[in-house]
Write a protein that binds this ligand. Sequence first.
Ligand code: TYD
Ligand code: MG
Length: 461
Amino acid sequence: MAKAAKAKTLYTCSECGGQAPKWTGQCAACGAWNTLLETVEQAPSAHRFQALAKSSPVRRLAEIEASDVPRFTTGVGEFDRVLGGGLVPGGVVLIGGDPGIGKSTLLLQSLAEIARERPALYVSGEESGAQIALRAQRLGLVGEPGAVGDLALLAEIQLEKIQATIDEHRPEVAVIDSIQTIYSEALTSAPGSVAQVRECAAQLTRIAKQTGTAIIMVGHVTKEGSLAGPRVLEHIVDTVLYFEGDTHSSFRLVRAFKNRFGAVNELGVFAMTEKGLRGVANPSALFLSQHEQSVAGSCVLVTQEGSRPLLVEVQALVDTAHVPNPRRLAVGLEQNRLALLLAVLHRHAGIACFDQDVFLNAVGGVKITEPAADLAVLLAIHSSMRNKPLPKGLITFGEVGLAGEIRPSPRGQDRLKEAAKLGFSVALIPKANAPKQAIDGLKVIAVDRIEEAIDRVRDLE
Ligand code: TYD
Ligand code: MG
């Protein structure tokens, strides 16, 4: 029996690109350890990255006409927002998130909307056609030809067959759910291995650039929350999105981490309902827990996510430690930053926590990475220590420096306006963010230093 010639495998170093015919623990070219990955040897004529950027003559930057990229909507407003306004033809989007968080649901909803106007293809390597049809029915997406839900479905895991289908059907949008289940004939390793994921992602990207099909790939995440598979995955694609949120609550956030066609840190907010994911158009007060009375250890922060402000409650619990090493635990906020802020609190405001456990939480499963949360963290900790609630209607934001100074946060005006709109009455903010014109219904207290901030809170009580 004649067997089709298998492409020769080679081992390529992920650090320097050096190649070896056999796997070794150390790369012979650069000396790095454990960096050799299985790849296929490619004939020079079929170089796989050739199509990523079409070769063209050298030109002067000033001569090139800058044209805005055409975009089309995904049919889901909040999804459009994170993408920077919609999908771009030939663009490749990678969307990662925990299992069961709603990746397949969102993409099925979006694709069903897109399919009203353009040919769309949903490739599933995880679920059968019947399972997807059942979900579509539950979501109320099944329709007649030409209506919602008229999308092409393919349950397939072999890359070459997917490629042939895309070539034949020429969809404008294709979803690959998920990249870890797809395998290429050219490699011998199992689906989901580093080599397979890398090769399939590179091939799909090439297909997208060649045919102009926008491709959305679903990626699994590791225990640590980053995308499973090689790091190069994030470099190959144009846009990287992550699903965040507490699977116990119904809210889901989609955040842009990298976007060649738009701003990063843009946030899409959804609620998971029995009819699938619903966009939340005005999410600013979503992350406040509802208290009848003010409670100690709680402080409302105005954070800025992409283009809109968001009000988030920061909670702290300070309790006597019964072990020599007191615990410092932060959920949704940065743990290292907490240790640093506690040192600032001690050194500049004379408030010591060395014999106290400190727990910190951002309500609603939201992750806050901006330093503008510092002041809220310290006020919440201080409030919990004294077991005294902060004044009613208080909001805050501002970065705290190592010298105890309070630094301004970007777009202070927008934050203040949002807080006033939601009925907050007092704002404790960095001096440099103080508005020139008074904002209706909002008393602004501008401070320069952490000790001053703490004194002013005491004055308000
Ligand atoms: P799914 O979209 O399959 O998640 P992923 O592809 O990210 O693994 O599933 C999302 C979860 O949401 C699933 O556990 C069931 C639930 N769900 C709803 O609550 N309402 C719905 O309408 C649908 C379709 C799913
Ligand atoms: Mg899924």
